[in-house]
Write a protein that binds this ligand. Structure first.
Ligand code: ZN
Length: 220
């Protein structure tokens, strides 16, 4: 009887709140990360980039095609509900890069609280929390964005290093001392944002910092 009730609940959940493919919005099974058509477009190997300062950054996708559209919708079009499916592919690329045993804490690139109020969510934090659960690594908010700046995507690449300098600070350095930290963001473009976050974490006593994102811009 208990199993029957569980089955009915799962059926109702799937009917009322179906899980959709983040790249084409087709309904998919609850444990899938995409439909088969979109999965066929997934690259075989993760993209590897470096944030400013030389911090390694892994991404399952280039910032292109269906991946670019999904990343944009996730960030700007109130599609925060796709976090679990998107985090699955980020986590798989971290495992594929054989890096998942190398972290004590997962954290995210923070958003200024005023902007987070406007958007309703921090897309990087949604991804980071889901990746932490999938990889069974503790999640912690370690950084705060305490100064507002222009959005990185809205300004020229040459101005982005100055734009992020001094806008983040550590929340509590005892959280990160001697820890191997993985920072998660949605997109790496010039690598200035992740580089600045990594610099502050290292200054606060981290043992090492690496990065993972959903999409990497492969040519600037
Ligand atoms: Zn699809």
């Amino acid at each position: 009887m208990k199993d029957y009730i569980k089955c009915c609940k799962a059926f109702l959940k799937d009917t009322i709140f179906p899980i959709r493919c983040p790249y084409c919005e087709k309904v998919i099974a609850r444990d899938e990360c995409a439909c088969n058509t979109c999965k066929a477009q997934f690259p075989d190997e993760p993209v590897k980039r470096y944030a400013v300062g030389g911090y390694e950054c892994i991404a399952p996708f280039p910032y292109d095609g269906i991946f670019k559209s999904a990343a944009k919708a996730f960030k700007f079009c109130n599609r925060g509900g796709y976090a679990k499916q998107l985090a699955k592919v980020i986590s798989e690329s971290i495992i594929q890069a054989q890096a998942s045993d190398d972290f004590d804490i997962i954290t995210c690139v923070p958003m200024h609280r005023k902007r987070q109020r406007q958007r309703g969510y921090n897309q990087a934090r949604l991804l980071a929390v889901e990746c932490a659960e999938i990889l069974n690594i503790p999640y912690a908010d370690t950084l705060e964005k305490y100064k507002e700046n222009l959005e990185q995507h809205s300004i020229k690449a040459s101005l982005r290093a100055d734009n992020v300098r001094g806008v983040y600070r550590i929340i509590d350095s005892s959280l990160v001392e001697n820890k191997r930290v993985l920072i998660i963001d949605d997109i790496i473009t010039t690598g200035n944002t992740l580089g600045e976050c990594a610099r502050i974490l290292m200054k606060s006593g981290c043992k090492s910092v690496s990065c993972a994102v959903l999409c990497a811009v492969t040519s600037n």
